[in-house]
Design a protein around this ligand. Sequence first.
Ligand SMILES: [Zn+2]
Length: 277
Amino acid sequence: MKQRVVLVLGLFLFIFTFLSFALLAGQNSRIERREEMLFRSREELILAQNRINEEEQRVNTLSREVGRLSGENKAHIILTFDDGPSSITGPILDILEKENIPAVFFINGVNVSAGRVRLIKRAVAEGHIIGNHTYSHDYDRIYRSVDDFMEDFLKNEELIWKWTGTRSMLVRFPGGSRNSLCATEEGRQLMEDLKYEMDRRGYLYMDWNVTDPSNDPQEVLHSLEDQILWRDSATILLHDRGDRAFLVEILPSLIKTLKEEGYEFVLPERFAGAVRF
Ligand SMILES: [Zn+2]
């Protein structure tokens, strides 16, 4: 009798364990199937997003083409050079003069040696705009507080006034209006406060939607063309720095392509045309 009870209990335990395993295995394979389905839908979503992006670029290219063919092309380029003046400012000015196109130079007063003041005067005399990129470009100094920023910024403004006789209302924040500071809550808040301060004082800060990605001339040239050619208009950020001397080599070719594509080089107008992040 006792043996029989043990046998029945054993059998019951065996069946129970077997069923539990079977159930778990079934559940596992269901989960795996679900994961696979989710993965596939994610891939499909990415593919769809890529197709949408491609379509968007195609529509933009077509509308630009229509504008060009109808002679009403509004496509424009705002060319901006940051961090100068430098050893390549003179050669850049030569190219712009030859091509007869205007640009904005967002300068840092700290880079202006006595010899370079004439480059700034020349830029203004030739119709370019000198914009304020802060005096020092030193994140540790300018991005401590609104007051610290304004002190450095106004010092640059005074110098630009002294050198050119014009007050520059165009501003580019070092790193742009959404920069590495925005990784923290305090940094984000400071940038918000600075943007508010700029608006409040009547300055126009501008960012960019195209920039030079590396130090390889051919790579930069191709990348710039790729970034620009599908757009109606672009604000290009290039760096007026000694370590970007190759810009002087590729700039004529870039300008030629953009002119051929029907783009017009313009200066930003007050309260219009400023790309912002
Ligand atoms: Zn800069």
